[in-house]
Design a protein. Structure first.
Length: 370
């Protein structure tokens, strides 16, 4: 199976000069609270704070425009597609951040009001959508997508297939590019002293194919830990299966990765990069990974180099790959080392921010009125 070609690490020549390169406004799809107060950097997952710090290190000022709570945001309790349509936040950006170089909306909904009103209000900043929801079957989201794609200045996807789909089916005037996802490689790191004997699977979204995983490991004497709320399997019927249904903190989840013998990511074939967070965190923790060859994550997979890929929905292939890795310690160690090296080289927050900043800087200075 084809692996990802090495994406050039485009470096924007930041100066760290106190924000002289201009203002970047960031719009998260979920409330993050106080994202820069993460405690000791070596011990805390920086998450979005790492992206903010990366832009600041390149000489940008950053306004992290968090979501408002109810009643200022009447949709605050709903799905991120709706709650990120935060009218008060959007108006604050349109009226009080008129000097911004760019507005970065994570997911499309955060840009909806800004794109609808920017021509009326003479708002000149470029509007960029990062991580867009094409590839879903949700009719309401599809209408939001079509509105935003037609008016955005740039769209950066985490999968090449999504970028191709946008160009083919939406025909936007916007710049549309594949920009690899990132993970905090300082927080997610290997710890070989913790490695145990169990196989780990993590994830709670609809991209996961736990039915195939359960079929693959039926009767296989391999300890299995699954962190999900989706699995209906009764653990008592499988003495080797443990299911963690509650949410885990970042450190607890990292500890699971570090203690796992290997990580299995069973996926349906989707255009959206479902499973990307788990995949990249496992890579960063230096774990050998068995992963379904879904189009959404295919850009990150090097079969036999940084992982083992298997066809989607193929229980026999999944079982054989798991058994191969549990019995071959040398292969497991090599894949884990390569996965960690790949994460450091291509997927770190520093590399991601430099690519994103360079892509934004290459956009036309004054967007067309849309």
């Amino acid at each position: 199976m084809a692996g990802i070609e090495a994406v050039p690490s485009v470096m924007a020549s930041g100066t760290g000069d106190g924000g002289n390169r201009g203002l970047i406004v960031m719009l998260p799809p979920n409330r993050r609270g106080r994202p820069l107060e993460t405690g000791a950097r070596a011990d805390g997952n920086r998450g979005i704070a790492g992206i903010v710090e990366g832009f600041e290190s390149l000489g940008y000022r950053v306004d992290f425009a968090d979501l408002n709570r109810w009643p200022w945001n009447p949709l605050a309790s709903l799905h991120p597609v709706f709650k990120s349509i935060d009218m008060v936040r959007a108006l604050r950006v349109l009226l009080r951040r008129r000097n911004a170089k760019a507005v970065i909306s994570y997911f499309e909904s955060g840009s909806l009001v800004i794109l609808a009103l920017r021509r009326l209000l003479g708002f000149k900043a470029r509007v960029v959508i990062v991580d867009i929801g094409v590839g879903t079957q949700w009719r309401v989201r599809e209408r939001i997508l079509r509105f935003c794609i037609a008016r955005a200045d740039a769209i950066f996807t985490f999968a090449r297939g999504q970028a191709d789909d946008i160009v083919k089916n939406y025909r936007p005037d916007a710049v549309v590019e594949f920009l690899p996802q990132q993970t905090d490689t300082e927080f997610h790191r290997p710890d070989s002293a913790k490695e145990g004997d169990f196989v780990l699977s993590v994830g709670g979204d609809v991209s996961r194919d736990y039915a195939t995983l359960m079929a693959a490991l039926a009767g296989v004497p391999v300890p299995m830990v699954v962190r999900t709320s989706l699995l209906s399997e009764d653990p008592s019927s499988r003495p080797n299966l443990s299911v963690i249904r509650e949410q885990l903190g970042d450190r607890e989840l990292r500890d699971l990765y570090q203690r796992a013998k290997l990580v299995v990511l069973p996926l349906h074939d989707t255009l959206h990069p479902g499973g990307i967070t788990t995949l990249l965190e496992a890579f960063a923790c230096g774990k050998a990974v068995v992963v379904s060859d879904s189009r959404g994550v295919r850009d990150y997979l090097h079969h036999e180099e940084n992982c083992l890929t298997v066809p989607c929905n193929d229980a026999d292939a999944l079982r054989n790959a798991v058994l191969r890795l549990t019995s071959d310690g040398e292969l497991r160690a090599r894949l884990g080392r390569n996965a960690r090296a790949y994460a450091e080289r291509e997927l770190s927050q520093a590399v991601h921010v430099k690519r994103l900043a360079a892509a934004i800087a290459a956009l036309p200075e004054h967007p067309a009125n849309k």
